[in-house]
Each structure stands twice: as structure tokens, then as C-alpha cells.
Design a protein around this ligand. Sequence first.
Ligand SMILES: [Zn+2]
Length: 88
Amino acid sequence: METGKMLNTEQKKKIADVLEKRKHGLTCPMCQNKNFIMADGFFNNNMQTDFSSISIGGPSMPTIAIICDNCGFVSQHALGTLGLIPKG
Ligand SMILES: [Zn+2]
């Protein structure tokens, strides 16, 4: 994936289709709103077991986030579980 670019409409549609297949009728757990927007890029959550230092470039969990357009609740979904991580 190119860096410095945000997700385009086609990429977002593909992700939305995968999410929709697995979870019909999204409802916000905080405000019960049914409209979400998708973040413009992936999150790369660094994983570590040591709080004394921050390691960059170590193990991570890439996710996509959808955001409730009413209250801003952020729901993150692991790309690996969704089958959206390209095989290297
Ligand atoms: Zn909400």
C-alpha cells in the first residue's frame, strides 16, 4: 500500500461490503444511531508487553475504524479477521 494517501472510495466500499456481510444492520452501542462513517486510513495498533519504552515497527494489529456520525463512537475491526490483509 502506498503511504501518504488516504483510502479511496473503492477501498472503502470493499471494506464496507466485508463488514456488512458479517454484521447486518450496524447500530451504535452508545446512542443506537445506525449511520457510520469510515476513517480515511487504517490504524496500526502497536502491541507490546513492556510499558517502559515505546517500540515502533514491532508487532502490530492493523484495523479499520468506523465512526458513529452522531456521537462519534469509534469501532475498530481487525483487518486480519476480515481477511483484508494482503498475503505477503
Ligand atoms: Zn453513536
